[in-house]
Design a protein around this ligand. Structure first.
Ligand SMILES: [Fe+2]
Length: 209
């Protein structure tokens, strides 16, 4: 038996609406510190699909380290494209008490979570405990979310292919704490952009990790 579905029936089964990057930015620009603390972003990401080609004008790979490419920023959020060549990775880091959503645009990344340590004290040594196994998230999977109450984490491209991820931070994270595995202490790391709104700097900004 052949069954034909009309568009209304199909949209019932697939409730994701297509959204352009401009529509996503319009939505983000309507939010403030209060609304970013609610579930508005989770709901938006659950119901909207943004064509990943929209992020290509902001996608620049770096040889020396993973690339942080800024798409848009105001007082309440920043949206970035992060680019990952094989073997590029972050240190274990916190998110400076902010909220972070990650969507995979291309390839896959390995996320490893560590138990939160509460307020970090300068000079104190920490023995971090892994939370479960490392998780590989690939393009096409649901967005992931993290904040300091949930975990610390590291991200690595453990695959043999380049990867692209889209990161939303609310509020913007200008610096975060990274874990020095040899001294077992945390250090502040100032976060820089490799490109800003699709324009490359004349000279790449040196990142600290
Ligand atoms: Fe992170």
């Amino acid at each position: 038996m052949i069954v034909f579905f009309d568009r209304a029936v199909l949209s019932f089964f697939n409730p994701m609406k297509k959204a352009s990057l401009k529509e996503f930015l319009d939505f983000l620009n309507q939010q403030d510190a209060k609304t970013f603390k609610t579930d508005v972003v989770d709901k938006y990401l659950k119901n909207h699909q943004i064509d990943h080609e929209e992020f290509l004008p902001y996608t620049f790979f770096r040889e020396e380290t993973y690339g942080r490419n800024l798409i848009a920023k105001n007082d309440f959020y920043e949206l970035l494209v992060l680019t990952w060549l094989p073997e590029q990775r972050t240190a274990i880091h916190d998110h400076a008490s902010q909220r972070c959503w990650v969507m995979m645009g291309l390839g896959s990344l390995t996320f490893k979570n560590y138990e939160p340590v509460g307020p970090i004290i300068e000079g104190k040594k920490y023995q971090l405990k892994a939370m479960g196994r490392a998780e590989v998230i690939s393009a096409g999977q649901s967005p992931s979310y993290i904040d300091d109450g949930m975990a610390l984490h590291s991200i690595a491209n453990a695959s043999r292919k380049p990867a692209i991820s889209i990161h939303l931070y609310a509020n913007p994270v200008n610096r975060c704490r990274i874990y020095n595995e040899s001294t077992k202490t945390f250090e502040w790391s100032e976060l820089e952009y490799f490109t800003f709104s699709g324009n490359t700097w004349n000279e790449p900004v040196q990142e600290l990790h």
